[in-house]
Design a protein around this ligand. Structure first.
Ligand code: 1GP
Length: 260
């Protein structure tokens, strides 16, 4: 049974085709600036605010950032934890995620076991998600000791995603790594999308332009996540363009193949 935040996401994807989420790293912001970014994104149509980073040192800082955003926007706040320090009782939901391709059992199930009782205690909605680090992988690939899936091996990404689905994960995240030069290739996104059943596909890492977001959505991404670009001044303006670009699945006819 889907909880209220998960159901909201599924309903919004059904209505809009693909949706956008804004990622805020609690270590890069103040509570005030986080609230400003969240407010601008929500005004531009972002579906939810994700909060997390590969290294969260201060839970006090995280709590203050989440509380400030909660007081400012109505869209759900979903934690995106990189470690046990990524939990705040002020959030609505948490990606209850396992890094499927980590070489370290801590990131596959160790941290999750440590966190689970707190998630119950705080009443945060857990949303099960299989996290797959692909390509460069950025900081999270390094910190999470990922055995990264190369961009030119879509069939390996498919194998990871199917394993997640068969374990009961309802969301799969193809993560290129925050701030990477090249986002997840469309070939990999469409291969995964075509292979999985009843799984919502999240794609993020290095998406900077409406064109890149649109290509990811057209390839099958249900949720597009942007972090770095959303925090910049230019990016704030660009969020509305990105959101407009990804609302294509239900409004645009499939592309015809070129006649030979
Ligand atoms: C990182 O996928 C997210 O976890 C977002 O990446 O910061 O590059 O947008 P960017």
């Amino acid at each position: 049974m889907a909880g209220p935040v998960e159901q909201y996401l599924l309903d919004k994807i059904k209505a809009d085709g693909s949706i956008h989420m804004t990622l805020i790293d609690p270590e890069k912001v103040t509570p005030e600036s986080a609230a400003q970014v969240a407010e601008a994104s929500a005004k531009n149509g972002t579906a939810a605010i994700m909060i997390g980073g590969s290294t969260v040192d201060s839970q006090k800082q995280l709590d203050e950032v989440v509380a400030a955003i909660k007081a400012t926007v109505k869209v759900p706040i979903i934690l995106f934890p990189g470690n046990v320090t990524g939990i705040s009782s002020h959030a609505d939901a948490i990606w209850f995620m396992s890094m499927l391709n980590s070489a370290d059992p801590y990131f596959i199930m160790g941290a999750q076991i440590l966190c689970a009782p707190y998630i119950k205690k705080f009443g945060i909605e857990p949303i099960s998600m299989g996290y797959i680090v692909v390509g460069d992988g950025g900081t999270v690939g390094k910190v999470g000791k990922a055995i990264k899936v190369p961009y030119d091996k879509p069939e390996l990404a498919v194998a990871h995603a199917l394993a997640g689905q068969y374990l009961g994960m309802r969301f799969i995240y193809l993560e290129g790594g925050s701030g990477v030069q090249v986002p997840v290739p469309t070939e990999m996104i469409s291969a995964v999308k075509q292979a999985v059943t009843n799984v919502t596909l999240i794609v993020g890492g290095g998406i900077k332009t409406p064109e890149q977001a649109q290509a990811a959505a057209e390839a099958g991404a249900d949720i597009i996540v942007t972090g770095n670009i959303t925090e910049s001044l230019e990016g704030k303006k660009r969020v509305s363009q990105i959101i407009a670009a990804i609302k294509i699945k239900i409004t645009r006819k499939p592309r015809r193949k070129k006649a030979k």
